[in-house]
Design a protein around this ligand. Structure first.
Ligand code: FAD
Length: 450
């Protein structure tokens, strides 16, 4: 069995947002940290790669950031890349529906939150008086729980659809306003996703301040946004970031985790071990009995993305929500990445893609063409030069009712071992912000224990 020469203060398993954020914070606190990542590249479920043909940068799926991503922004500030995140000045989301209709949710940023949302919503076409009354009811409910640390546990036993129905929200306002938010933030259908994460998101985005409601995108590939800068930060402070190191088991002695062993038999000893592995990966390892638990029942939800290169521009907006179609969002990558080469590069997203994940890429591309044709009549005049389907079967946690209670708190575990990752119970759905929040929480627990 190979053995490492030196012992670390802390081991961080996994090189995605949670792991790199935790490792950066540990390094900042003067701890000698070693990151172990099984893949030959960093970034986990948020990474980019160069298209083999054109060398153009492709994310494993378009990621949307929000102004309320406080932990993520703190992490990017620390490693010096926050300027790569571009937040829209005005709150504006354009929608195109399958009948060729257009709508817009736009709010003047100057109005205080949540008033500016109400303003934007009231300007959505065709809202009735009862829609507006329903919104006021929902508004009163969220305000009533605004200052609680955790949203009421009972929400975890309702789906988003059941909760919105109970709040008197009409079908129209659910389809136009709430379903796109639920699908995007929870990565599952409002019919199956628990209301917990949905209420958490509404509270975070609309009930803090105007800044929280801003939509943000990375103006560079996802890997460039954080992986290289995080590695440099850690290594500069004496840490190590090691790729192609697949962890197989933990070293357990006297009821305490004292490090980890890779599949190749390399031993890494440390006082503290933070695991940021997703539950479906973590449960496959040889684990101390004390770490086994109900969290092993958490299941993933897939995302399917389609990259399209057109011979001419189709949309001028940075993103457009698509309603009544399989494709839910279209992102204007040419505009986001500042590409000036003519034509247009688009990224299309299907969240909660349980049905499409098993489909042949050609079938998914055909659905994308069909949907674009319905929502944008001008699509018939464009020529698709190239396309690529990216499937992520394990994109995020499937937040079905009852799942929130199964999520262990970040930083919990056993002596020497700390759970982290987007899927831990951060008070947020499994997103980048949940990942970075879990990283900081796990480090706080490590520091507390000395
Ligand atoms: C297509 C797509 C679109 C998304 N869109 C959004 C969005 O718009 N906004 C948003 O906020 N979030 C979005 N997400 C979710 C976001 O990407 C995740 O919440 C976040 O990246 C999770 O980070 P993490 O560090 O917790 O986990 P991960 O990124 O999964 O990191 C865990 C790491 O552990 C490594 N690992 C696994 N097993 C082992 C082992 N045995 N040994 C060593 N290493 C191991 C993995 O390779 C991985 O790198 C999206 C995800 C996908 C896939």
């Amino acid at each position: 069995m190979a053995s490492t020469a030196d012992r670390a203060d802390a081991l961080v398993i996994g090189g995605g947002f949670a792991g790199l954020c935790a490792a950066v914070e540990l390094a900042k606190q003067g701890r000698k940290v070693v990151v172990l990542e099984k893949k030959p590249h960093l970034g986990g479920r948020a990474y980019s790669f160069a298209d083999p043909e054109t060398k153009e940068v492709i994310d494993n799926g378009q990621h949307l950031f929000m102004g309320c991503y406080r932990h993520t922004r703190r992490f990017l500030e620390e490693i010096g890349t926050s300027s790569f995140l571009h937040f829209a000045e005005k709150i504006r989301v354009d929608y195109a529906d399958a009948e060729g209709g257009r709508d817009v949710l736009s709010c003047p940023a100057a109005l205080g939150s949540p008033l500016h949302l109400a303003w934007g919503v009231l300007r959505l076409k065709g809202l009735s008086l009862s829609d507006k009354a329903g919104l006021l009811r929902l508004d009163r409910y969220i305000k009533s729980i605004k200052s609680r640390t955790e949203v009421p546990a009972a929400l975890d036993f309702l789906t988003v659809r059941q909760w919105l129905g109970g709040m008197g929200q009409s079908k129209r306002i659910q389809q136009r306003l709430f379903d796109p938010i639920a699908l995007g933030a929870l990565n599952d259908d409002p019919e199956v996703a628990s209301a917990t994460g949905f209420v958490q998101v509404l509270r975070e985005i609309f009930y803090r301040d105007v800044e929280s409601t801003r939509l943000g995108v990375a103006a560079v590939g996802l890997s460039e946004l954080y992986t290289g800068a995080a590695r440099a930060y850690i290594e500069k402070r004496g840490g190590k970031v090691l790729q192609s190191k697949k962890l197989a088991s933990f070293i357990e002695e006297g009821g305490r985790v004292k490090g980890a062993v890779t599949e190749a038999g390399e031993r890494f000893e440390a006082n503290s071990t933070i695991s940021t592995l997703a539950p479906w990966d973590l449960k496959k390892l040889t684990l101390p009995q004390a770490l086994r638990g109900p969290w092993e029942n958490l299941a993933p939800a897939p995302i399917v993305s389609v990259c399209l290169w057109l011979d001419r521009p189709l949309i001028s907006e940075p993103l457009v929500g698509m309603l009544g179609t399989e494709i839910q969002w279209v992102f204007n990558k040419s505009r986001i990445l500042g590409l000036n080469g003519g034509g247009q590069y688009l990224s299309l997203v299907i969240s909660g893609a349980h049905k499409q994940i098993g489909h042949d890429p050609k079938e998914i591309f055909a659905a994308a063409e069909r949907d674009l044709g319905k929502c944008f009549p001008e699509f018939s005049k464009t020529k698709v030069l190239r396309w690529k389907v990216v499937k992520e079967p394990f994109a995020t946690l499937s937040p079905v009712p009852g799942s929130d209670a199964l999520r262990p708190a970040p930083g919990s575990g056993m002596p020497g071992f700390y759970f982290a990752g987007d899927w831990t119970r951060t008070g947020l759905p499994a997103t980048i912000e949940s990942a970075t929040a879990s990283g900081y929480a796990a480090v706080a627990a490590v520091l507390k224990n000395g």
